[in-house]
Write a protein that binds this ligand. Sequence first.
Ligand SMILES: [Zn+2]
Length: 246
Amino acid sequence: MKKILFLILFFQSCLFAQTNFDKMNKLYKSYPDFIDSASNNTIYFKDGSTMQFDDGVEKDYETMLDNPDIEDMLSMKYTPGSEWDSPPPKNFEPGRIRNEDFFAKMYGGSAKEVESNLVGIKWMPKSTNATVMITRVNGVDKKLKEVSDELDALPENLKKYVTTTAGTFNWRPIAGTNRMSMHSYGVAIDINTKYSDYWQWNKSMKYVNRIPMEIVEIFEKHGFIWGGKWYHYDTMHFEYRPELLP
Ligand SMILES: [Zn+2]
């Protein structure tokens, strides 16, 4: 009996190690410019610094939002494409859990540091005269340009959702919280608010979305996740999070 119990515990811990191993590997492959390697519950950065991957602390959802380790960021599975669980179940929102130290390390820890890495890209140049500012760190500017080119080739009835944008870089906390918005790091873009829905505008939490999936899938293809797949939905919002995408 004892032997069986031991075996069960052994396989359980292997399974745990395996999933954490996969997650660390995904992170490493997503940010090759910064991460040198990942093993033994540690992320090794190219600048010689390290971060613990999993702090082993069980957290309720609010604590996880306020004080997540790297593993918590990857604890919910983001489903790309149109076959996702809509509306999102309570507090299911892959990507909304973010370890700020991790992003500050790559994109900058102050407005000034982030700004020094921003570049302008022509936004949908066949359809608008706009320029948007985005970070060049991790090649996010190149990814957003690829998004822009694909959006530019869409039929007119779909372009109206994206020709007008509502902001990229903005060093600020998320409204009503102490947590930094991903707009602070120059890796997020909001699309046309006229067709967008945001949970803070509709406190009943009833899920609403008017953004077509064709738009969402273009962003996802290039490493951006969509806030429309969150319980606390934000359908104008896209942010660069390749670690959550295939
Ligand atoms: Zn946003």
